[in-house]
Design a protein. Structure first.
Length: 579
Protein backbone atom coordinates (compact mmCIF):
# COMPACT_ATOMS: atom_id res chain seq x y z
CA UNK A 1 0.00 0.00 0.00
CA UNK A 2 1.16 3.54 -0.72
CA UNK A 3 0.54 6.41 1.70
CA UNK A 4 -2.77 7.42 0.16
CA UNK A 5 -4.09 3.84 0.35
CA UNK A 6 -2.93 3.46 3.95
CA UNK A 7 -4.67 6.72 4.86
CA UNK A 8 -7.87 5.58 3.14
CA UNK A 9 -7.82 2.33 5.09
CA UNK A 10 -6.97 3.97 8.42
CA UNK A 11 -9.57 6.72 8.45
CA UNK A 12 -12.30 5.43 6.13
CA UNK A 13 -11.85 1.67 6.43
CA UNK A 14 -11.64 0.97 2.69
CA UNK A 15 -8.82 -0.62 0.72
CA UNK A 16 -9.97 0.56 -2.71
CA UNK A 17 -10.86 4.00 -4.03
CA UNK A 18 -14.08 4.69 -5.85
CA UNK A 19 -13.83 5.54 -9.57
CA UNK A 20 -11.94 8.80 -10.08
CA UNK A 21 -10.96 9.35 -6.46
CA UNK A 22 -7.40 8.06 -6.71
CA UNK A 23 -6.72 10.15 -9.83
CA UNK A 24 -7.78 13.34 -8.05
CA UNK A 25 -5.95 12.48 -4.80
CA UNK A 26 -2.70 11.78 -6.64
CA UNK A 27 -2.97 14.95 -8.72
CA UNK A 28 -3.42 17.07 -5.59
CA UNK A 29 -0.52 15.35 -3.83
CA UNK A 30 1.61 16.06 -6.92
CA UNK A 31 0.79 19.77 -6.61
CA UNK A 32 -1.64 19.92 -9.53
CA UNK A 33 -4.84 21.99 -9.64
CA UNK A 34 -7.88 19.83 -10.31
CA UNK A 35 -11.46 20.18 -11.52
CA UNK A 36 -13.72 17.24 -10.76
CA UNK A 37 -17.33 16.72 -11.80
CA UNK A 38 -18.64 13.75 -9.83
CA UNK A 39 -22.26 12.89 -9.03
CA UNK A 40 -23.56 13.31 -5.50
CA UNK A 41 -22.61 10.24 -3.51
CA UNK A 42 -19.52 9.46 -5.62
CA UNK A 43 -17.14 10.47 -2.84
CA UNK A 44 -15.96 13.95 -3.85
CA UNK A 45 -15.12 14.92 -0.28
CA UNK A 46 -12.54 12.14 0.10
CA UNK A 47 -10.67 13.64 -2.86
CA UNK A 48 -9.65 16.64 -0.75
CA UNK A 49 -10.07 15.34 2.79
CA UNK A 50 -7.53 12.57 2.30
CA UNK A 51 -4.77 14.81 0.84
CA UNK A 52 -5.39 17.20 3.75
CA UNK A 53 -4.17 14.46 6.09
CA UNK A 54 -0.94 13.97 4.12
CA UNK A 55 -0.04 17.50 3.05
CA UNK A 56 1.66 19.84 5.53
CA UNK A 57 -0.25 22.73 7.07
CA UNK A 58 -3.99 23.33 6.74
CA UNK A 59 -6.53 22.69 3.99
CA UNK A 60 -9.17 25.40 3.49
CA UNK A 61 -12.53 24.06 2.30
CA UNK A 62 -14.84 26.70 0.83
CA UNK A 63 -18.49 25.66 1.12
CA UNK A 64 -21.64 27.74 0.50
CA UNK A 65 -23.93 25.95 2.94
CA UNK A 66 -23.55 26.29 6.69
CA UNK A 67 -25.60 23.18 7.38
CA UNK A 68 -23.49 21.07 5.04
CA UNK A 69 -20.16 22.17 6.51
CA UNK A 70 -21.46 21.48 10.03
CA UNK A 71 -22.41 17.93 9.06
CA UNK A 72 -19.11 17.27 7.31
CA UNK A 73 -17.01 18.57 10.19
CA UNK A 74 -18.99 16.49 12.65
CA UNK A 75 -18.47 13.35 10.54
CA UNK A 76 -14.73 14.05 10.22
CA UNK A 77 -14.29 14.50 13.95
CA UNK A 78 -16.23 11.27 14.56
CA UNK A 79 -13.74 9.51 12.27
CA UNK A 80 -10.77 10.88 14.21
CA UNK A 81 -9.94 13.64 11.71
CA UNK A 82 -9.48 17.09 13.26
CA UNK A 83 -11.56 19.73 11.50
CA UNK A 84 -13.39 22.97 12.28
CA UNK A 85 -15.75 25.38 10.55
CA UNK A 86 -15.94 29.17 10.51
CA UNK A 87 -19.33 30.71 9.82
CA UNK A 88 -21.91 33.19 11.07
CA UNK A 89 -23.42 30.63 13.45
CA UNK A 90 -20.38 31.00 15.72
CA UNK A 91 -19.62 33.83 18.11
CA UNK A 92 -16.56 36.02 17.50
CA UNK A 93 -14.86 34.35 20.48
CA UNK A 94 -15.52 30.88 19.03
CA UNK A 95 -14.16 31.96 15.65
CA UNK A 96 -11.02 33.45 17.19
CA UNK A 97 -10.41 30.29 19.20
CA UNK A 98 -10.92 28.03 16.16
CA UNK A 99 -8.50 30.08 14.07
CA UNK A 100 -5.94 30.05 16.89
CA UNK A 101 -6.12 26.26 17.14
CA UNK A 102 -5.87 25.95 13.35
CA UNK A 103 -2.75 28.14 13.25
CA UNK A 104 -1.24 25.89 15.93
CA UNK A 105 -1.75 22.85 13.70
CA UNK A 106 -4.59 21.31 15.68
CA UNK A 107 -6.88 21.13 12.64
CA UNK A 108 -6.19 19.46 9.31
CA UNK A 109 -9.19 21.10 7.62
CA UNK A 110 -10.98 24.39 8.15
CA UNK A 111 -14.36 24.90 6.44
CA UNK A 112 -15.34 28.46 5.62
CA UNK A 113 -18.05 30.29 3.66
CA UNK A 114 -16.72 32.34 0.69
CA UNK A 115 -18.12 35.59 2.15
CA UNK A 116 -15.74 35.31 5.12
CA UNK A 117 -12.46 34.89 3.23
CA UNK A 118 -11.49 38.56 3.38
CA UNK A 119 -12.57 39.22 6.95
CA UNK A 120 -9.54 40.74 8.74
CA UNK A 121 -9.22 37.99 11.35
CA UNK A 122 -9.44 35.25 8.72
CA UNK A 123 -6.92 36.98 6.44
CA UNK A 124 -4.51 37.34 9.38
CA UNK A 125 -4.81 33.62 9.98
CA UNK A 126 -4.42 32.79 6.28
CA UNK A 127 -1.24 34.80 5.63
CA UNK A 128 0.49 33.54 8.80
CA UNK A 129 -0.41 29.84 8.44
CA UNK A 130 0.84 27.29 5.93
CA UNK A 131 -2.05 26.52 3.59
CA UNK A 132 -1.33 23.69 1.16
CA UNK A 133 -4.74 23.22 -0.44
CA UNK A 134 -7.87 25.24 -1.15
CA UNK A 135 -10.81 22.98 -1.94
CA UNK A 136 -13.80 24.68 -3.56
CA UNK A 137 -17.00 22.73 -2.98
CA UNK A 138 -20.11 23.39 -5.11
CA UNK A 139 -17.77 25.08 -7.60
CA UNK A 140 -20.59 25.69 -10.10
CA UNK A 141 -21.55 28.66 -7.89
CA UNK A 142 -18.68 30.61 -9.49
CA UNK A 143 -20.27 30.58 -12.93
CA UNK A 144 -22.99 32.94 -14.13
CA UNK A 145 -24.10 29.99 -16.25
CA UNK A 146 -24.47 27.90 -13.09
CA UNK A 147 -27.82 27.62 -11.36
CA UNK A 148 -26.60 28.98 -7.99
CA UNK A 149 -24.28 31.82 -9.01
CA UNK A 150 -22.76 33.59 -5.99
CA UNK A 151 -20.62 36.67 -6.64
CA UNK A 152 -18.61 35.92 -3.48
CA UNK A 153 -17.16 32.89 -5.29
CA UNK A 154 -15.44 35.22 -7.75
CA UNK A 155 -13.21 36.43 -4.93
CA UNK A 156 -11.75 32.98 -4.27
CA UNK A 157 -9.04 33.46 -6.91
CA UNK A 158 -8.05 36.80 -5.33
CA UNK A 159 -7.85 35.11 -1.94
CA UNK A 160 -5.62 32.33 -3.29
CA UNK A 161 -3.36 34.81 -5.07
CA UNK A 162 -3.06 37.01 -1.97
CA UNK A 163 -1.40 34.28 0.10
CA UNK A 164 2.39 34.20 0.51
CA UNK A 165 2.43 31.04 -1.59
CA UNK A 166 -0.50 30.12 -3.81
CA UNK A 167 -1.77 26.70 -2.69
CA UNK A 168 -3.12 23.94 -4.91
CA UNK A 169 -6.71 24.79 -5.87
CA UNK A 170 -9.16 21.91 -6.27
CA UNK A 171 -12.70 22.52 -7.56
CA UNK A 172 -15.55 20.03 -7.13
CA UNK A 173 -19.16 19.95 -8.29
CA UNK A 174 -21.85 17.40 -9.09
CA UNK A 175 -23.65 19.34 -11.84
CA UNK A 176 -21.69 21.27 -14.44
CA UNK A 177 -22.27 21.43 -18.17
CA UNK A 178 -19.27 22.02 -20.45
CA UNK A 179 -19.88 25.79 -20.43
CA UNK A 180 -19.96 25.84 -16.61
CA UNK A 181 -16.76 23.75 -16.40
CA UNK A 182 -14.97 26.24 -18.64
CA UNK A 183 -16.24 29.08 -16.47
CA UNK A 184 -15.01 27.40 -13.29
CA UNK A 185 -11.50 26.91 -14.67
CA UNK A 186 -11.37 30.50 -15.96
CA UNK A 187 -12.79 32.26 -12.90
CA UNK A 188 -10.68 30.30 -10.43
CA UNK A 189 -7.61 30.76 -12.67
CA UNK A 190 -6.82 27.07 -12.39
CA UNK A 191 -3.31 26.27 -13.60
CA UNK A 192 -3.32 23.43 -16.14
CA UNK A 193 -5.91 21.58 -14.07
CA UNK A 194 -6.34 17.85 -14.23
CA UNK A 195 -9.94 17.37 -15.31
CA UNK A 196 -12.15 14.52 -14.16
CA UNK A 197 -15.72 13.98 -15.32
CA UNK A 198 -16.80 10.59 -13.98
CA UNK A 199 -20.28 10.88 -15.43
CA UNK A 200 -23.57 12.07 -14.04
CA UNK A 201 -25.38 8.77 -13.66
CA UNK A 202 -26.52 7.50 -10.27
CA UNK A 203 -27.21 3.81 -10.97
CA UNK A 204 -28.71 3.15 -7.54
CA UNK A 205 -31.43 5.81 -7.96
CA UNK A 206 -34.87 5.04 -9.32
CA UNK A 207 -36.28 8.16 -11.02
CA UNK A 208 -40.00 8.81 -11.31
CA UNK A 209 -42.35 11.59 -12.39
CA UNK A 210 -46.00 11.68 -11.42
CA UNK A 211 -49.03 13.92 -12.07
CA UNK A 212 -51.48 12.90 -9.33
CA UNK A 213 -54.80 14.70 -9.15
CA UNK A 214 -54.38 15.15 -5.40
CA UNK A 215 -50.71 15.51 -4.48
CA UNK A 216 -51.26 15.64 -0.75
CA UNK A 217 -53.40 12.50 -0.74
CA UNK A 218 -50.77 10.72 -2.81
CA UNK A 219 -47.94 11.88 -0.54
CA UNK A 220 -49.67 10.89 2.69
CA UNK A 221 -50.52 7.47 1.30
CA UNK A 222 -47.04 6.92 -0.08
CA UNK A 223 -45.14 8.04 3.02
CA UNK A 224 -47.44 6.07 5.30
CA UNK A 225 -46.25 2.95 3.47
CA UNK A 226 -42.63 4.05 3.90
CA UNK A 227 -42.76 5.68 7.34
CA UNK A 228 -39.68 3.80 8.56
CA UNK A 229 -37.50 5.15 5.74
CA UNK A 230 -35.52 8.38 5.81
CA UNK A 231 -36.96 10.88 3.32
CA UNK A 232 -36.74 14.51 2.22
CA UNK A 233 -39.77 16.26 0.75
CA UNK A 234 -38.90 19.44 -1.16
CA UNK A 235 -41.50 22.21 -1.63
CA UNK A 236 -41.27 25.49 -3.55
CA UNK A 237 -42.57 27.84 -0.83
CA UNK A 238 -42.53 28.18 2.96
CA UNK A 239 -46.34 28.09 2.99
CA UNK A 240 -46.34 24.77 1.16
CA UNK A 241 -43.73 23.37 3.56
CA UNK A 242 -46.00 24.21 6.50
CA UNK A 243 -49.05 22.72 4.78
CA UNK A 244 -47.32 19.45 3.92
CA UNK A 245 -45.61 19.23 7.31
CA UNK A 246 -48.90 19.61 9.18
CA UNK A 247 -50.66 17.04 7.00
CA UNK A 248 -47.92 14.45 7.56
CA UNK A 249 -47.67 15.19 11.27
CA UNK A 250 -51.41 14.72 11.73
CA UNK A 251 -51.11 11.31 10.08
CA UNK A 252 -48.63 10.25 12.75
CA UNK A 253 -45.60 10.38 10.46
CA UNK A 254 -42.29 11.24 12.13
CA UNK A 255 -41.47 14.49 10.32
CA UNK A 256 -39.71 17.83 10.75
CA UNK A 257 -39.58 21.03 8.67
CA UNK A 258 -36.89 23.39 7.45
CA UNK A 259 -37.22 26.78 5.75
CA UNK A 260 -35.84 30.32 5.91
CA UNK A 261 -38.84 31.67 7.81
CA UNK A 262 -37.96 29.67 10.91
CA UNK A 263 -35.70 30.92 13.68
CA UNK A 264 -32.07 29.79 13.28
CA UNK A 265 -32.21 27.74 16.50
CA UNK A 266 -35.40 26.03 15.34
CA UNK A 267 -33.89 25.21 11.95
CA UNK A 268 -30.76 23.84 13.60
CA UNK A 269 -32.81 21.60 15.89
CA UNK A 270 -34.94 20.40 12.98
CA UNK A 271 -31.88 19.42 11.00
CA UNK A 272 -30.30 17.78 14.05
CA UNK A 273 -33.43 15.72 14.62
CA UNK A 274 -33.36 14.53 11.01
CA UNK A 275 -29.64 13.79 10.91
CA UNK A 276 -29.79 11.77 14.13
CA UNK A 277 -32.99 9.93 13.12
CA UNK A 278 -35.12 11.45 15.87
CA UNK A 279 -37.46 12.20 12.96
CA UNK A 280 -37.48 10.05 9.84
CA UNK A 281 -38.57 12.68 7.33
CA UNK A 282 -38.16 16.39 6.74
CA UNK A 283 -40.01 18.90 4.55
CA UNK A 284 -37.81 21.69 3.18
CA UNK A 285 -37.92 24.52 0.65
CA UNK A 286 -36.14 24.20 -2.70
CA UNK A 287 -34.87 27.77 -2.72
CA UNK A 288 -33.36 27.67 0.76
CA UNK A 289 -31.33 24.60 -0.15
CA UNK A 290 -30.94 22.17 2.69
CA UNK A 291 -27.33 21.05 2.54
CA UNK A 292 -26.92 17.78 4.34
CA UNK A 293 -24.39 14.99 4.44
CA UNK A 294 -26.81 12.22 5.48
CA UNK A 295 -26.04 9.17 3.31
CA UNK A 296 -28.99 6.93 4.19
CA UNK A 297 -31.84 9.01 2.73
CA UNK A 298 -33.96 6.45 0.91
CA UNK A 299 -36.43 8.80 -0.79
CA UNK A 300 -36.33 12.36 -2.09
CA UNK A 301 -39.74 13.60 -3.19
CA UNK A 302 -40.16 16.91 -4.98
CA UNK A 303 -43.67 18.02 -4.08
CA UNK A 304 -43.20 20.93 -6.49
CA UNK A 305 -41.18 21.21 -9.67
CA UNK A 306 -37.78 22.97 -9.29
CA UNK A 307 -36.77 25.72 -11.73
CA UNK A 308 -33.89 23.87 -13.35
CA UNK A 309 -32.50 20.41 -14.00
CA UNK A 310 -29.38 21.41 -12.10
CA UNK A 311 -31.37 22.21 -8.97
CA UNK A 312 -33.45 19.09 -9.35
CA UNK A 313 -30.50 16.75 -9.82
CA UNK A 314 -28.58 18.26 -6.91
CA UNK A 315 -31.54 17.82 -4.58
CA UNK A 316 -32.56 14.41 -5.94
CA UNK A 317 -28.95 13.36 -5.41
CA UNK A 318 -29.46 13.59 -1.63
CA UNK A 319 -31.05 10.14 -1.93
CA UNK A 320 -28.92 7.02 -1.69
CA UNK A 321 -25.55 8.59 -1.04
CA UNK A 322 -24.55 5.35 0.66
CA UNK A 323 -24.88 3.50 -2.65
CA UNK A 324 -27.96 1.56 -1.56
CA UNK A 325 -31.18 1.56 -3.61
CA UNK A 326 -33.13 4.82 -3.29
CA UNK A 327 -35.87 6.76 -5.08
CA UNK A 328 -36.11 10.27 -6.54
CA UNK A 329 -39.74 11.17 -7.21
CA UNK A 330 -41.00 14.39 -8.78
CA UNK A 331 -44.66 15.39 -8.62
CA UNK A 332 -45.81 18.07 -11.06
CA UNK A 333 -49.04 19.81 -11.95
CA UNK A 334 -50.22 22.89 -13.85
CA UNK A 335 -49.82 25.11 -10.78
CA UNK A 336 -46.12 24.20 -10.60
CA UNK A 337 -45.51 25.60 -14.06
CA UNK A 338 -47.29 28.84 -13.14
CA UNK A 339 -45.37 29.23 -9.86
CA UNK A 340 -42.01 28.46 -11.50
CA UNK A 341 -42.56 31.10 -14.19
CA UNK A 342 -43.70 33.64 -11.60
CA UNK A 343 -40.60 33.05 -9.46
CA UNK A 344 -38.43 33.37 -12.54
CA UNK A 345 -40.02 36.68 -13.58
CA UNK A 346 -39.48 38.10 -10.08
CA UNK A 347 -35.99 36.70 -9.53
CA UNK A 348 -33.48 39.13 -8.10
CA UNK A 349 -30.03 39.00 -9.67
CA UNK A 350 -26.82 39.87 -7.79
CA UNK A 351 -25.82 43.50 -7.46
CA UNK A 352 -23.15 44.62 -9.88
CA UNK A 353 -24.42 42.62 -12.85
CA UNK A 354 -24.72 44.70 -16.01
CA UNK A 355 -28.01 44.95 -17.87
CA UNK A 356 -26.55 42.83 -20.66
CA UNK A 357 -25.47 40.14 -18.18
CA UNK A 358 -28.90 40.15 -16.55
CA UNK A 359 -30.64 39.71 -19.92
CA UNK A 360 -28.26 36.85 -20.72
CA UNK A 361 -28.91 35.25 -17.33
CA UNK A 362 -32.68 35.59 -17.80
CA UNK A 363 -32.47 33.84 -21.17
CA UNK A 364 -30.43 31.07 -19.56
CA UNK A 365 -32.93 30.71 -16.70
CA UNK A 366 -35.84 30.47 -19.13
CA UNK A 367 -33.96 27.82 -21.08
CA UNK A 368 -33.36 25.85 -17.88
CA UNK A 369 -37.03 26.07 -16.95
CA UNK A 370 -38.09 24.76 -20.37
CA UNK A 371 -35.76 21.81 -19.92
CA UNK A 372 -37.20 21.15 -16.46
CA UNK A 373 -40.75 21.25 -17.77
CA UNK A 374 -39.71 18.90 -20.56
CA UNK A 375 -38.51 16.38 -17.98
CA UNK A 376 -41.89 16.36 -16.25
CA UNK A 377 -43.70 15.78 -19.53
CA UNK A 378 -41.49 13.30 -21.36
CA UNK A 379 -42.73 9.76 -21.90
CA UNK A 380 -39.20 8.59 -22.66
CA UNK A 381 -36.52 7.30 -20.33
CA UNK A 382 -36.03 9.79 -17.48
CA UNK A 383 -32.41 8.84 -16.81
CA UNK A 384 -31.53 9.32 -20.48
CA UNK A 385 -33.18 12.75 -20.41
CA UNK A 386 -31.03 13.77 -17.43
CA UNK A 387 -27.80 12.45 -18.91
CA UNK A 388 -28.41 14.11 -22.29
CA UNK A 389 -29.06 17.42 -20.51
CA UNK A 390 -25.62 17.25 -18.90
CA UNK A 391 -23.94 16.40 -22.20
CA UNK A 392 -23.69 12.63 -22.01
CA UNK A 393 -24.82 10.12 -24.63
CA UNK A 394 -26.76 7.33 -22.91
CA UNK A 395 -26.50 3.92 -24.55
CA UNK A 396 -30.22 3.24 -24.25
CA UNK A 397 -33.18 3.18 -21.91
CA UNK A 398 -32.27 2.54 -18.28
CA UNK A 399 -35.05 0.07 -17.40
CA UNK A 400 -34.99 1.72 -13.97
CA UNK A 401 -37.30 4.73 -14.07
CA UNK A 402 -41.05 5.23 -14.05
CA UNK A 403 -41.17 5.49 -17.85
CA UNK A 404 -39.07 2.39 -18.52
CA UNK A 405 -40.87 0.41 -15.83
CA UNK A 406 -44.31 1.50 -17.12
CA UNK A 407 -45.31 3.30 -13.93
CA UNK A 408 -47.21 6.37 -15.00
CA UNK A 409 -49.87 8.56 -13.51
CA UNK A 410 -52.80 9.95 -15.45
CA UNK A 411 -55.94 11.84 -14.56
CA UNK A 412 -58.24 10.03 -17.00
CA UNK A 413 -58.86 6.36 -17.63
CA UNK A 414 -58.67 6.80 -21.39
CA UNK A 415 -55.23 8.38 -21.19
CA UNK A 416 -54.02 5.31 -19.33
CA UNK A 417 -55.60 2.99 -21.84
CA UNK A 418 -54.14 4.88 -24.77
CA UNK A 419 -50.59 4.61 -23.43
CA UNK A 420 -50.56 0.96 -22.36
CA UNK A 421 -48.71 -0.27 -25.41
CA UNK A 422 -46.74 2.89 -26.14
CA UNK A 423 -44.02 1.86 -23.71
CA UNK A 424 -43.00 -1.21 -25.70
CA UNK A 425 -44.77 -3.78 -23.55
CA UNK A 426 -44.50 -7.37 -24.67
CA UNK A 427 -47.91 -8.46 -25.84
CA UNK A 428 -49.45 -11.48 -27.39
CA UNK A 429 -49.64 -11.11 -31.17
CA UNK A 430 -53.15 -10.72 -32.52
CA UNK A 431 -53.99 -10.67 -36.17
CA UNK A 432 -50.34 -11.10 -37.13
CA UNK A 433 -49.15 -7.84 -35.54
CA UNK A 434 -48.52 -6.25 -32.17
CA UNK A 435 -51.18 -3.96 -30.76
CA UNK A 436 -50.31 -0.26 -30.73
CA UNK A 437 -51.46 2.54 -28.46
CA UNK A 438 -54.06 3.56 -31.04
CA UNK A 439 -55.77 0.19 -30.65
CA UNK A 440 -56.57 1.03 -27.04
CA UNK A 441 -57.72 4.64 -27.48
CA UNK A 442 -61.45 3.83 -27.53
CA UNK A 443 -61.49 1.07 -24.93
CA UNK A 444 -63.26 1.42 -21.62
CA UNK A 445 -61.91 -0.19 -18.45
CA UNK A 446 -63.90 -3.40 -18.84
CA UNK A 447 -62.61 -3.95 -22.39
CA UNK A 448 -59.09 -3.09 -21.34
CA UNK A 449 -59.02 -5.52 -18.41
CA UNK A 450 -60.49 -8.29 -20.56
CA UNK A 451 -57.69 -7.69 -23.05
CA UNK A 452 -55.12 -7.71 -20.25
CA UNK A 453 -56.41 -11.12 -19.18
CA UNK A 454 -55.11 -12.50 -22.48
CA UNK A 455 -51.55 -11.30 -21.86
CA UNK A 456 -49.05 -14.11 -21.53
CA UNK A 457 -46.17 -11.84 -20.54
CA UNK A 458 -46.82 -8.22 -19.70
CA UNK A 459 -43.96 -6.09 -18.41
CA UNK A 460 -44.85 -3.44 -15.85
CA UNK A 461 -44.19 -2.44 -12.27
CA UNK A 462 -46.09 -3.12 -9.15
CA UNK A 463 -49.36 -2.53 -7.47
CA UNK A 464 -51.16 -3.13 -4.23
CA UNK A 465 -54.50 -1.93 -5.56
CA UNK A 466 -57.53 -3.74 -6.95
CA UNK A 467 -56.81 -6.82 -9.07
CA UNK A 468 -58.43 -6.19 -12.44
CA UNK A 469 -56.95 -8.84 -14.70
CA UNK A 470 -54.75 -11.91 -14.60
CA UNK A 471 -52.82 -13.55 -17.41
CA UNK A 472 -54.05 -16.92 -18.66
CA UNK A 473 -50.77 -18.57 -17.77
CA UNK A 474 -50.91 -17.46 -14.15
CA UNK A 475 -49.12 -14.14 -14.59
CA UNK A 476 -49.66 -11.79 -11.65
CA UNK A 477 -49.61 -8.67 -13.82
CA UNK A 478 -52.66 -6.52 -13.45
CA UNK A 479 -54.17 -3.19 -14.35
CA UNK A 480 -55.33 -1.17 -11.37
CA UNK A 481 -58.32 1.09 -11.70
CA UNK A 482 -58.67 1.78 -7.99
CA UNK A 483 -55.70 4.15 -7.68
CA UNK A 484 -57.03 6.40 -10.42
CA UNK A 485 -60.55 6.44 -8.98
CA UNK A 486 -59.18 7.56 -5.61
CA UNK A 487 -57.82 10.64 -7.34
CA UNK A 488 -54.25 9.68 -6.54
CA UNK A 489 -52.87 7.98 -9.59
CA UNK A 490 -53.53 5.35 -12.20
CA UNK A 491 -50.72 2.89 -12.73
CA UNK A 492 -49.64 -0.43 -14.10
CA UNK A 493 -47.96 -2.23 -11.31
CA UNK A 494 -46.65 -5.36 -9.73
CA UNK A 495 -45.80 -6.29 -6.16
CA UNK A 496 -45.22 -2.90 -4.60
CA UNK A 497 -47.12 0.26 -5.21
CA UNK A 498 -44.19 2.37 -6.22
CA UNK A 499 -40.47 2.16 -6.77
CA UNK A 500 -37.67 -0.04 -8.01
CA UNK A 501 -37.80 -3.78 -8.26
CA UNK A 502 -36.84 -5.58 -5.07
CA UNK A 503 -33.09 -5.94 -5.02
CA UNK A 504 -31.34 -9.10 -3.93
CA UNK A 505 -28.72 -8.21 -1.36
CA UNK A 506 -27.80 -11.82 -0.73
CA UNK A 507 -29.06 -11.91 2.88
CA UNK A 508 -30.87 -14.95 4.20
CA UNK A 509 -33.78 -14.66 6.62
CA UNK A 510 -31.41 -15.28 9.53
CA UNK A 511 -28.97 -12.69 8.17
CA UNK A 512 -31.82 -10.19 7.95
CA UNK A 513 -32.61 -10.77 11.62
CA UNK A 514 -28.95 -10.16 12.45
CA UNK A 515 -28.98 -7.01 10.33
CA UNK A 516 -31.95 -5.69 12.32
CA UNK A 517 -30.06 -6.37 15.56
CA UNK A 518 -26.91 -4.65 14.25
CA UNK A 519 -28.91 -1.65 13.09
CA UNK A 520 -30.61 -1.41 16.49
CA UNK A 521 -27.19 -1.51 18.15
CA UNK A 522 -25.86 1.13 15.73
CA UNK A 523 -28.69 3.51 16.65
CA UNK A 524 -28.15 2.84 20.35
CA UNK A 525 -24.42 3.64 20.06
CA UNK A 526 -25.25 6.78 18.04
CA UNK A 527 -27.63 8.01 20.76
CA UNK A 528 -25.00 7.36 23.42
CA UNK A 529 -22.45 9.42 21.49
CA UNK A 530 -24.84 12.15 20.34
CA UNK A 531 -24.14 11.55 16.64
CA UNK A 532 -26.05 10.32 13.62
CA UNK A 533 -26.19 6.53 13.04
CA UNK A 534 -24.39 6.84 9.70
CA UNK A 535 -21.41 8.34 11.53
CA UNK A 536 -21.03 5.05 13.39
CA UNK A 537 -21.02 3.06 10.13
CA UNK A 538 -23.14 2.79 7.02
CA UNK A 539 -25.67 0.15 6.02
CA UNK A 540 -23.25 -1.52 3.60
CA UNK A 541 -20.83 -2.17 6.46
CA UNK A 542 -23.59 -3.78 8.51
CA UNK A 543 -24.64 -5.97 5.59
CA UNK A 544 -21.06 -7.09 5.05
CA UNK A 545 -20.80 -8.02 8.74
CA UNK A 546 -23.92 -10.17 8.26
CA UNK A 547 -22.42 -11.91 5.24
CA UNK A 548 -18.93 -12.55 6.64
CA UNK A 549 -19.75 -12.93 10.35
CA UNK A 550 -16.24 -11.97 11.53
CA UNK A 551 -15.13 -13.97 14.56
CA UNK A 552 -12.36 -11.75 15.89
CA UNK A 553 -10.87 -8.25 15.66
CA UNK A 554 -8.63 -9.09 12.72
CA UNK A 555 -11.55 -10.38 10.68
CA UNK A 556 -13.72 -7.42 11.69
CA UNK A 557 -11.06 -5.00 10.45
CA UNK A 558 -11.34 -6.59 7.01
CA UNK A 559 -14.94 -5.36 6.75
CA UNK A 560 -15.11 -2.32 4.40
CA UNK A 561 -15.81 0.80 6.45
CA UNK A 562 -14.52 -0.61 9.75
CA UNK A 563 -11.39 1.13 11.04
CA UNK A 564 -9.27 0.26 14.07
CA UNK A 565 -10.56 3.31 15.94
CA UNK A 566 -14.17 2.36 15.19
CA UNK A 567 -13.57 -1.21 16.33
CA UNK A 568 -12.06 -0.10 19.62
CA UNK A 569 -14.92 2.34 20.22
CA UNK A 570 -17.89 0.19 19.29
CA UNK A 571 -17.08 -2.49 16.69
CA UNK A 572 -16.57 -5.08 19.40
CA UNK A 573 -20.20 -4.57 20.39
CA UNK A 574 -21.29 -5.61 16.90
CA UNK A 575 -19.12 -8.69 17.21
CA UNK A 576 -20.83 -9.71 20.44
CA UNK A 577 -24.12 -9.93 18.55
CA UNK A 578 -22.61 -12.44 16.11
CA UNK A 579 -21.06 -14.76 18.67
Amino acid sequence: MNQAERTLKRFWGYEDFRPGQEKMVNAILEGRDVLAVMPTGAGKSVCYQLPALILPGVTIVISPLISLMVDQVRALNAAGIHAAYINSALSEHQIALALEYASQGRYDLVYVAPERLFHPEFMTFAVTTEISLIAVDEAHCISQWGQDFRPSYLRIRDFANSLPRRPVVAAFTATATRRVREDIAKNLQLREPRLLVTGFDRPNLFFAVGHPENKLAWLVEDLTRHKEESAIIYCSTRKKVEEVYEALRQEGISVGRYHAGMEPEERAKSQEDFITDRVQMIVATNAFGMGIDKPDVRRVIHYNMPQSMENYYQEAGRAGRDGEEAEAILLADAQDYVIARYLLEHKEYPEGMSDADILMAQDQDRERLRAMEGYTRTTGCLRSYILRYFGEKPSGDCKKCSSCRHIFYENEDQALAKRVADFGTKERKKGGRYKSGRDFAGMDWEDLTRYAADFDDFEGAGNQGELAGRGRKGSDWDISREGSRRGAYGYLARGKAYGPAPGGDGLSREDQKLLDQLDHMRKKIARENGVAPYMICNLRTLKEICRRKPGNQEEMLQIPGMTKAKYENFGWRFQELIM
